[in-house]
Design a protein around this ligand. Structure first.
Ligand SMILES: Nc1ncnc2c1ncn2[C@@H]1O[C@H](COP(=O)(O)OP(=O)(O)OP(=O)(O)O)[C@@H](O)[C@H]1O
Ligand SMILES: [Mg+2]
Length: 388
């Protein structure tokens, strides 16, 4: 038997006997019924062959006479079997072609990868992710603080838990007083605070005796005797005589109050905040007092700078529309950088950015909000330097 493969394509009509369509047409040049195929230039009857080139024999193996095999079709492949299958291109009008062109153009990215990355980074940088601050105490108790927190809060809490008193130093409005309150909440202790000034008398710390002989306790006495976090706000603004009292209270495990000696409670902690490191006035904080070394020595010092993530959160929480909040933040941060670069004695705190957002939200114009919260009557020369 000599078989010549007629077509590289499998048959379209399956074998009439077994239904297989994984077959090919071939010429059997030995077959009685001869027919010349111009394409293959051979003469022979059409038969079906397998992939491997062997004769398809579904009927041979079942014992039927070879001449009755269904694949021995004298006519070979039908027209259908021979037709190449190709996609039919429907005629397309010029209008449709133009519309398709525009659609493809619109779907093709018009920006490159670097541009897309820059856009995503910018968008993500201004996203305000909701934050949760959970404090786990040594005894396993967990306290979740509500609201936003400064990223230094954790350090302050850890120091207080370790038995340290903490002095927070940083520019105005960076969140020092808020950290003191949140730290007390995290430790499960009551929070007390006094704001010190050169006029604050020692009696405001120690309490005093009335003419009747009754003792009037102070908040400090309450915290010292019963435990709590006591915040000496603006410590670098205090009169030295008051700082001497603070020093004495922290130096010893007991303290002479006007009515009696009092033992310091083990859960008493002091936090203090200041705009300077206690070495006296600076260009921005002109009225500040130097704090004596012995008092400073009682405290661990934490520097509290502007936390820009917290500032983002506070500005967005004003409810001002996002685009304007971003404009305010960009503007305020540029002023801050300029003030630093030119060593200008101005403070552009988060109070300025949050305040501007509030004013704009209330309907004030950009110019009036800038004047009220940032410029504040500054002369042209200074303002040009700051805002340039
Ligand atoms: N974590 C916070 N959550 C909500 N508001 C905050 C937070 N931190 C600061 N603020 C707000 O920012 C402003 C300044 O905060 P705070 O008074 O704590 O700063 P400060 O560093 O103590 O300022 P100063 O040096 O002027 O005493 C306040 O209006 C306060 O309510
Ligand atoms: Mg404060």
């Amino acid at each position: 038997m000599s078989l010549v493969k007629h077509s590289a394509r499998t048959v379209r009509k399956p074998c009439r006997s077994c239904g297989s369509s994984e077959l090919y047409w071939a010429h059997d040049t030995d077959r009685a019924y001869h027919k010349h195929c111009d394409r293959c230039n051979v003469t022979g009857g059409f038969v079906l062959i397998e992939k491997d080139g062997s004769r398809h024999d579904c009927r041979i193996t079942s014992g039927e006479p070879e001449d009755s095999m269904p694949d021995m079709d004298p006519d070979g492949p039908t027209e259908d079997d021979e037709k190449e299958v190709s996609p039919v291109a429907a005629p397309v009008s010029p209008d449709v072609q133009q519309a398709l062109g525009m659609l493809v153009g619109a779907l093709t990215p018009q920006v490159d990868r670097a541009e897309i990355e820059a856009m995503v980074k910018e968008a993500v940088a201004n996203v305000v992710f909701p934050t949760r601050t959970v404090v786990e105490r040594a005894n396993g108790a967990r306290i979740e603080l509500s609201g936003a927190t400064h990223h230094k809060l954790g350090d302050v809490i850890t120091s207080l838990m370790a038995g340290e008193h903490v002095l927070m130093v940083g520019p105005a409005g960076t969140g020092k007083s808020t950290i003191a309150e949140q730290a007390a909440e995290a430790l499960g202790l009551k929070s007390y605070s006094i704001s010190l000034s050169p006029q604050t008398p020692a009696s405001q710390v120690l309490g005093y005796m009335q003419a009747t002989g009754d003792y009037v306790p102070s908040l400090f006495r309450e915290a010292y005797e019963h435990g709590g976090v006591f915040h000496f706000d603006e410590m670098d603004n205090a009169h030295p005589s008051v700082l001497a009292v603070v020093n004495a209270a922290l130096a010893n495990g007991h303290m002479a109050f006007p009515d009696q000696m009092v033992k310091r409670h083990p859960d008493f902690r002091a936090v203090a905040s200041a705009n300077t490191y206690g070495r006296g006035a600076t260009r921005s904080y002109v009225g500040r007092q130097a704090i004596d070394a012995a008092t400073l020595d009682r405290f661990s010092v934490e520097t509290i700078e502007v936390d820009e993530t917290l500032e983002n959160e506070l500005c967005h929480s004003t409810g001002l529309e996002t685009d304007l909040v971003e404009r305010v933040l960009f503007f305020v941060r540029r002023l801050r950088a300029n003030a630093e670069a030119h060593s200008m004695p101005v403070v552009i705190s988060p109070r300025a950015s949050v305040g501007m957002c509030r004013l704009l939200r209330a309907g004030r114009s950009w110019e009036s909000a800038v004047e009220a919260r940032v410029r504040r009557g500054m002369g042209d020369t200074e303002w040009n330097k700051l805002s340039g």
